[in-house]
Design a protein. Sequence first.
Lengths: 298, 292
Amino acid sequence: MVTARPLQKSGPADRSERMGRLFEPALRTWTALVYAFLFLPIVLVVIFSFNASRLVAVWSGFSFKWYGTAWTDPSILDALRVSLTVALVNAVLATVFGTLAAIGMQRVGRRTRTAFELMVYGTIVTPEIVIAIASLLFFVTINVDLGIPTIVITHVVYNTSIVALIVRARLVGMDRTLDEAAADLGATPLQTLWRVTIPLLYPAILAGALLAFTFSFDDFVLTFFVSGASSTTLPLRIFSMLRFGVSPVVNAIATVMLVVTLTCIFTASLIVRRHARGDAEGGLLLAAARSASQREVA
Amino acid sequence: MIRRPLKLVTAGAGGVLLAPAGVWYAAFFVAPLGFILVFSFLTSADYGGIEYTFNLGNYPQLLTHPIYLRIFLNTMGMAFSGTLLCLLVGFPLAYFLATRAGRWKNLFLVMLIVPFWTSFLTRTYAWLILLSDNGPLAHVLRQANLLHGDLGFLYTYKAVLMGVVYNYLPLMIFPLYVSLERLDKRLIEAAKDLGAGRLQTFWRITVPLTTPGILTGCLLVFIPLTGEYVIPAILGGAKSYMIGNLIGDEFVSAHDWAFGSALGMAVIVLLMFLIAVYFRVARRATTAEMSL
């Protein structure tokens, strides 16, 4: 039987107390170390993108010259153009498809919904490499030339699911009486959708669109397999530059990509936070992780 | 005006709304997966392409050639050790966030997301710079006289493992944080009042009650990790070659589409099996939690 013996000095309680004294600083140190681990590499890339020296390890003064080099390299500019085109078209399509799907999922029978959920989770769970080679096989077999359209098509599959999940998370907490009121007041289903449901959902839709843009802008694996000779995106360009060794120009491009993706993500999470009710702390990923963990355990 | 129930107003509209995404999924997700299923039973032509002759030999090839089996086992090993390491590194951090972060909690959480949302390629590339033989780390160590010669860390199993932990850690921490935050702190106090030590409380109260979060975190890390392609391609060498790289190479350089398709199907089946196991274990864990 376990009993508490607070008066006895050299018992387990004492050991526990000593551990307790060590526990707090250890926990704090560990947290600091992990955060350093997470940030150190990124910070280094940004710092060395401003390094005047060609060497990666030696700092020899501040310079913008690698940005200049990147900016005047036509192959890099081309890649940027392709990346932006793909990401934009993908974001528009995925947002429309995903939003409509999220709303539609609430309005169909249980079986259709389950089947559709299977699609949404299936696209997210299937490893990217498998989707990539499956799409490659598919396009080549039906004789479609690889290029920007095939990249967009493949990206939209995954991003539609992302948008649908984000919009759905907001939809679940939303009051449906407004839809009902609109219908009662004589609005057609289309009017209700366009003038009531979608305006209420717009923060989630915007956040989903930004995420879709970012994922696409950043994607490597899918793009690598379904791109053609004239459709090199920025991540593909970085990857091929890496084969010739580390170069400060890559640091500059990586920093630019960092700024672009972070801007999108921060805007998205700000929008979600401003418009979410209650505890939307932590923004998007937390919401996603939460819904994922609650779903999967339920 | 007659009040029409909402069901009537919106019935039928749902199908129309699902149509665009549904058509897209069918054409560009289900159909391609169907293609690799079919191709996995066909014969590869020389120099890429496919011959439409039925062939059952692609799957046995996977099992009979020791090299493929070894890559499969390697991948599983990497996925298990990567997941375990994420759990070990992430748990104390999630515990700190859930119990000690106080009013800085939101800032800490956002700071976890920031590296997670930066370009995947950039993050992995960052480690390539940091760990290269003439990179900053080697430089600092040489200055401090702690290192002579090369660092020799890149292109090893350890480098890939580190890249994996770096990239997947937030996926582990978030579900852990959520279940730790939901944990009723009174139970811990009660355990202490009843004379349980710190370790005892941890193993008998905290761990069982956060099992759903632990399982979810492990699943969120394990699944994408099984199909990982970029990290071994950048940080890894011959020994850290994973199944994702093998699949990719069957299409990029080996041009054995039929076998590559069989590999892809094998990964899908394996993941479906793991997810099914997860659901069984998770259900048992939640019922155990409820009965506590």
